[in-house]
Design a protein around this ligand. Structure first.
Ligand SMILES: [Zn+2]
Length: 345
């Protein structure tokens, strides 16, 4: 990674906790046949597929990481598709898949760990252990997200050095991607948060929101709000109280009862990074629905309904069609520009 041109440092943000930190994996693919066939839900609790488990905190310290371990760390961090392959190749070019790699730069900064995250990103580095490959991948993903979902911060990317390792990376990612595609339960990136509680049903406050509606707004703002100091993409505003019917219908909306929040992604909502943030927020409220009284979540033409749908990755949610506007409305009615969360009244 290079510090050049990347002085913008994100303020510390709430750190997602991966639900599968305790699963221990052997060499890539070695145990695949013996493990869970797929992620599943168990009484509403997400049981991720162990084959997608990222490496533990001290993995690879003596012999380096396998491609499969790097692929799982990158997958857990959030990369998908072509970017997942690029991530694994960039990590090879940056650190030779050595999680404890450390390189001093001539300008006094230091590159740390698997993805050689530069010390200019002090706030991000402070959120974990840079020499833990799974932590390091998560930090690198944050840097990538803050850069708009682009690889510019990595010198081995823009110099093209990573291309030499694309074949190795593709092979490593192949196994992870095929497991992920067959997983019907939940993804390895689902976040759970300790300490969330359900304030229970209650009357609307002066601002129109019920206690549960307000709880969703406050927690979302604290984690992802631009106002909490998070760099873009971030949540611009969280509204949602309005005395109105569902657009184009005569059905009273959850917005009229204060039981819904509209989590706006703001300008640039259509970028890959913004859409990834929306999916992360949507998955967060799904994963924590039971703990917080969430009834359903809508985002970017997909819907998840508590009690009806299993906990599963956003990409596997049901298609959403608006009750008034159908399946091809604008970006607001189709919820492309915001995450809608309804809570139980
Ligand atoms: Zn809404």
């Amino acid at each position: 990674m290079t510090p050049l041109g990347w002085g913008g440092i994100a303020a510390a943000v709430a750190v997602p906790v991966f639900a599968i930190g305790t699963v221990v994996m052997g060499a890539a693919g070695a145990q695949e046949g013996a493990l869970l066939a797929a992620g599943a839900t168990n009484g509403g609790v997400c049981v991720p597929d162990a084959r997608l488990a990222p490496p533990g905190p001290s993995a690879g310290r003596t012999a380096g990481l396998s491609g499969g371990q790097v692929a799982r760390a990158a997958y857990a961090a959030g990369w998908r598709g072509a970017d997942l392959v690029i991530a694994v190749a960039v990590a090879k070019a940056e650190s030779d898949w050595n999680p404890t790699a450390r390189n001093e730069n001539t300008n006094g900064s230091t590159d740390l760990g698997l993805f050689q995250v530069n010390t200019v990103h002090a706030a991000i580095l402070a959120t974990g252990d840079p020499m833990d490959p799974t932590d390091n991948a998560r930090m690198a993903y944050q840097v990538w997200t803050d850069a708009g979902g682009r690889w510019g911060p990595w010198v081995t990317y823009w110099r093209g050095t990573y291309k030499e390792f694309l074949a190795d990376a593709q092979a490593a990612v192949g196994n992870v991607a095929s497991v992920a595609a067959s997983t019907v339960g939940c993804s390895a990136t689902l976040v759970t948060a300790g300490g969330l509680s359900d304030p229970g049903p209650g009357p609307q406050a002066a601002n129109g929101y019920t206690p549960r509606g307000e709880n969703v707004r406050a927690l979302t703002r604290a984690r992802w709000g631009c106002s909490s100091g998070r760099a873009r993409p971030c949540v611009s505003t969280i509204g949602g109280y309005a005395k109105r019917m569902i657009a184009g219908t005569s059905t009273s909306s959850d917005h009229a009862s204060g039981n819904a929040a509209d989590i706006m992604l703001g300008r640039g909502y259509g970028t890959a990074a913004s859409q990834a943030l929306g999916a992360q927020i949507a998955e967060f409220w799904m994963t924590n629905a039971q703990a917080t009284g969430v009834k359903y979540v809508i985002f970017s033409k997909r819907i998840w309904y508590a009690g009806r749908d299993p906990v599963r990755p956003f990409s596997q949610w049901r298609p959403y069609c608006h009750p008034g506007a159908g399946c091809n409305g604008g970006d607001t009615l189709m919820h492309v520009d915001h995450v809608h969360v309804s809570v139980k009244g």
